[in-house]
Each structure stands twice: as C-alpha cells, then as structure tokens.
Design a binder for this molecule. Structure first.
Ligand SMILES: [Zn+2]
Length: 253
C-alpha cells in the first residue's frame, strides 16, 4: 500500500471493536482524513500514548485500497498540550472547534489555512494567556472566512447603508441574509439578535491581519457576549445542524 507522512491534528477518536481506534485527522497536506489505528486501544505502548484528541502529531499513513480504510502506522508528538485535557472549559472549546472542523471539511481536500488556524488556537488555549471566549471568536470568524461564508458586517444587507453611517449605534443580524440589517430596515429586531457598532468593529479587527496580533485585541464584556451569541447562532445555521459540543459548551459556561 502507498505510504505518506504528514503533520496532523487529531480531531475525532472513536473505539472500533476491542482493540482498534478510528481516527479523524486534519492534516496539513491532505485536509481531513480518517484512518484506523490497529491495536491502539489494546496497548497504549503501540503508539506511545500520543493518540489523544487535539494533539498535534507527525503521522505515517498507508492509504487503503479502493474504499478500504487508511491505516496509521506511526505517530509522534510534535508539541505536547499540558492544560486542555485537565480543564473542562478548555476541553469544551477545543471539542467545539474540532467538531466544526470535522463536520465542515470535505475529506481529502487540503485546507492549510484552517490547519494553521486550528493549530494556533489550540496552542493558545493550552498556553492560557488568551481566554477561550476570545479564541473562539477568532476561530469562528476566521473559519467562516476561510470557508467562504464570511458574515457581512460592513453594511446593511437590505438597503446597503454602511454600518458606520447607519442611524443607530447597533445593527440586527439576520441569519437568512448572512449579515447585519440596519434598524430602519428591521425596526423590530430582537434584543438577542443585535450587535452594537463596537462589537462589529472588534469582530472585523479579529478577522484581519496577523493572527498573533489579533488575539491581543481587548474585547469588552459586551462585545464578548454579543460576538459569541452571534457566531454561535450563525455557525449552526450555516452548518445545518447544532454541533453536540456546542450544547456541552453552553452547559458548562
Ligand atoms: Zn437598511
């Protein structure tokens, strides 16, 4: 069987029988792949205990013939994560990002931008200097952008007036239109569907430029609340389903 090696992040892991694991990886070179790790469950020694969720690994994979599953032959850790697995809130955020990646991406299509993004937010989450909330806004905004589903925040989706020139200091977001609508066009918008101008600015800043600088943006408590509320409705709406990990995240938050 032809063999290749690549960097990969483990985004899903399920038991397969008594001995094996079925793993989904986001690889740097080949996008999302799934593969079986034989005897990984029976013996932790087989892969040195590195096949844990969210780990960043170098893997060697034999490609399956026809519709056969690929097989993981070797896996080694690129950098260890110390803090995600022992912190329930960090685990909840990492699970949400991994599930989005797993649900959204097609198998076998390289998405280097999304790989670098996921790698970055997991490392920052583990390091702990930036909160899970800010990283989740960063991840979702950039993930949507890289997937071609960037929400329109710059102008009213109905009359096209620019957000800065809109009559009030807030806009309503309309999921079906994929963006914001001014208060003149949607005067009876619900309170929970509103984004203040300040929040919109911060969402636009975090979506642009160098990713390391983007995480230094200081979000106000209101911007965090509005931004997360907006993205956590926008993402499931476009995904066509509510990720299971999002329910869990809401519970523990
Ligand atoms: Zn309008």
């Amino acid at each position: 069987m032809p063999t290749y090696s690549t960097s990969a992040i483990l985004i899903r892991r399920v038991d397969y029988g008594d001995y094996d694991l079925i793993l989904n990886f986001l690889t740097r070179d080949r996008g999302k792949i799934s593969a079986i790790a034989k005897s990984a469950k029976r013996s932790r020694k087989r892969f040195g205990g590195v096949l844990e969720l969210f780990n960043s690994l170098d893997i060697v994979v034999s490609r399956g013939r026809g519709k056969g599953l690929s097989v993981v032959n070797e896996a080694s850790l690129i950098k260890p994560l110390f803090n995600i697995g022992t912190d329930i809130k960090k685990t909840a955020y990492a699970s949400y990002w991994a599930e989005l990646t797993n649900l959204w991406l097609e198998e076998g299509r390289a998405q280097t931008g999304i790989y670098d993004l996921l790698d970055h937010v997991l490392a920052e989450l583990d390091a702990g200097a930036v909160s899970g909330e800010v990283l989740s806004i960063l991840f979702q905004m950039r993930f949507l952008n890289l997937s071609g589903l960037c929400p329109n925040l710059s102008h009213c989706s109905t009359c096209s007036i620019e957000t800065d020139a809109a009559p009030r200091h807030r806009m309503n977001f309309d999921l079906s239109k994929g963006g914001v609508v001014c208060e003149r066009c949607a005067p009876y918008g619900k309170e929970e569907h509103c984004l203040s101008r300040g929040t919109i600015k911060q969402l636009q800043w975090i979506d642009n430029g160098d990713i390391r600088k983007a995480t230094r943006i200081r979000f106000s408590a209101q911007a965090l609340k509005e931004g997360l509320r907006f993205l956590e409705s926008f993402v499931p709406y476009h995904l066509g389903k509510e990720p299971r990990s999002l329910k869990f995240l809401r519970q523990i938050r």
